[in-house]
Design a protein around this ligand. Structure first.
Ligand code: AMP
Length: 212
């Protein structure tokens, strides 16, 4: 199966996408994560995109399309989280699918309003020692310490109030039109993104099962 996850920053895409991949044996392709790994490793790409990520802007389409081509040409069953983010990326993705003889089965749109996503983003933390993610609005976290391993919890450097505002504006301007783009192709599935993470996961699972 080939799947795309759409939704505002902080809509829970990353969390849900990873759960779906684990339960269905699909490869997870998260472009934000790929970029952050490059920044952390200090690669040429990482050095070039670091300021863009920290400002909450989008990386240019050509860079992102090249990254995604390398991934999708070697995978058969995968889920894309964070790509496409512009109409140009979506069009290029369609061309890449044709080139490699693949087709997207479902586009899941996680529907959450912008007030809620801001609150969620500002509440999220992760543990660099064991890799677990938390949200202060859901998890019982004391003194910013990881309940599993005791490591110090950190926020993503682009999860500040100012950057979040910019990311949501970028999303409304450039990414939100993709909903209509995929609606017209009859492959968009709207999933309510509020509720507990397990409830949302159930909704997504049901939607994907109905696709099979
Ligand atoms: P995410 O982890 O999906 O929230 O992505 C974090 C950041 O990575 C975004 O705010 C953008 O700066 C950048 N990014 C990730 N995916 C893309 C993409 N498809 N196009 C442009 N920029 C992207």
């Amino acid at each position: 199966m080939i799947c795309i996850f759409l939704g505002a920053p902080g809509s829970g895409k990353g969390t849900q996408a990873k759960k779906v991949c684990a339960s269905r044996g699909m490869a997870y392709i998260g472009t934000g994560e790929i970029l952050r790994e490059n920044v952390a490793a200090g690669t040429e790409l990482g050095k070039r995109v670091q300021v863009i990520l920290e400002a909450g802007h989008l990386v240019d389409d050509d860079t992102m399309i090249a990254i995604i081509e390398e991934k999708i040409k070697i995978e058969n069953s995968f889920l894309m989280d964070g790509f496409p983010r512009t109409v140009r990326q979506a069009e290029a993705l369609g061309e890449l699918f044709e080139k490699y003889g693949k087709k997207v089965d479902a586009v899941i749109f996680l529907d959450v309003d912008s007030e809620e996503v801001t609150k969620r983003i500002l509440g999220r933390f992760s543990c660099p020692s064991c890799g677990k993610d938390y949200n202060v609005h859901i998890d019982d976290i004391k003194d910013k310490r990881c309940p599993v391993c005791g490591g110090e919890l950190l926020q993503r450097s682009d999860d500040t109030e100012e950057t979040v505002r910019e990311r949501i504006e970028e999303y409304s301007r450039k990414t939100a039109p993709l909903k209509e783009f995929y609606e017209k192709k009859n492959i968009l599935i709207n999933v309510g993104g509020t509720g507990s993470p397990s409830e949302i996961f159930e909704r997504i699972t049901e939607a994907l099962d109905n696709k099979n």
